[in-house]
Design a protein around this ligand. Structure first.
Ligand code: TUI
Length: 307
């Protein structure tokens, strides 16, 4: 299937893997790119040198294009932005903030820039700043989220900008893909489905929680702090929400969340860890390879869209 996104990125299928902190390392990114999508290395809070190593390892595993996600809450973001340029990475996505000051550096180096946005206003601002496309991410997503749902956000962003729009949040199969295209998207970005991929290095306990999750098993922590994060309900999220209700401050709450994503991903701590996942986790029933995931989605979506 060809869209402005497959043409822009030189990829076979309009499926992008989310740049998830800790999860989106080079094995996963290379597997998604080798399967014809766009794999993404999530720089998250990693030091610039670690991001450089991740990029070099991914290059050993794939000849196809892959990207890096720059998380803008990371104080090192400008240095990571420079590493992306030096390593010749063809595309960046950004999250959790406004990448405005970094866009000129990337554009000058010929890097394609795809900010993640949670509103039409932000999408318009990014288009004016020179973005090549945007990811419109609804609050069904896991991790750091905005206010609007995918169903409402995507068509409003599509109408607000001329650049192509990638839909994210709540998409994990061919139906979600086709629905996103009906809303005007020209690609989808998926996170949760790829967390449970065979090539994902996430601890088996975390994958099992996703595979066993029901529709209503996620909740949002941090609404009171201005950093809403969607996770699968567990001891950590229950304690966090209880403390939030009791009016706890950011410092007290941070004790619970510091290092908690790492605990979930690396140690498999499904009680005290932060099990970031989207509302669509209930639809993810088994571990599949990235190629199986992408082929299944494309086959079903093409039927639904009668291509
Ligand atoms: O960035 C994400 N999702 C994330 S980042 C992340 S790392 C983290 N870990 C622990 C605590 C906090 C963060 C986990 N999940 N998604 C992309 C995204 N960006 N969603 C929403 C936004 C967004 C929000 C506001 C983008 C721009 C924006 O603009 C505000 C501004 O600065 O104008």
């Amino acid at each position: 299937m060809e869209t402005r996104i497959t043409q822009l990125l030189g990829i076979e299928h309009p499926i992008i893997q989310g740049g998830m902190a800790w999860v989106a390392e080079y094995h996963l990114a290379a597997a998604v790119s080798n399967a014809g999508g766009l794999g993404i290395i999530g720089a998250a809070s990693a030091p610039p040198q670690v991001v450089r190593e991740q990029i070099r390892e991914a290059k050993k595993l794939t000849d196809r294009p892959f990207g890096v996600n720059v998380m803008l809450m990371n104080p090192n973001a400008p240095e990571v932005a420079q590493v992306v340029v030096e390593e010749g990475v063809p595309v960046v996505t950004t999250g959790a903030g406004n990448p405005g000051r970094l866009i000129p550096i990337w554009k000058e180096a010929g890097v394609k820039v795809i900010p993640v946005v949670a509103s039409a206003a932000m999408a318009r601002m990014m288009e004016r700043a020179g973005a090549d496309a945007v990811v419109a991410e609804g609050n069904e997503s896991g991790g750091h989220i905005g206010e609007l749902t995918t169903m409402t956000l995507v068509p409003q962003v599509v109408d607000a900008v001329h650049i192509p729009v990638i839909a994210a949040g709540g998409i994990a199969d061919g139906r979600g893909f086709a629905a996103a295209f009906m809303l005007g998207a020209e690609a989808v970005q998926m996170g949760t489905r790829f967390v449970a991929a065979v090539e994902s290095i996430v601890h088996p306990n975390y994958k099992e929680r996703i595979i066993k999750a029901k529709d209503i098993d996620s909740e949002v922590t941090g609404r009171s702090t201005g950093h809403p994060i969607r996770v699968l309900r567990n001891q950590m999220s229950r304690e966090y929400l209880k403390m939030e209700k009791e009016g706890a401050g950011l410092e007290e709450l941070e004790v619970l969340t510091l290092g908690s994503l790492r605990k979930a991903v690396m140690d498999g701590d499904v009680k005290g860890g932060s099990l970031m996942a989207g509302q669509i986790a209930g639809l993810v029933k088994q571990e599949n390879t990235c190629a199986e995931i992408i082929d299944e989605i494309m086959e079903h979506a093409e039927k639904l869209l009668k291509l």
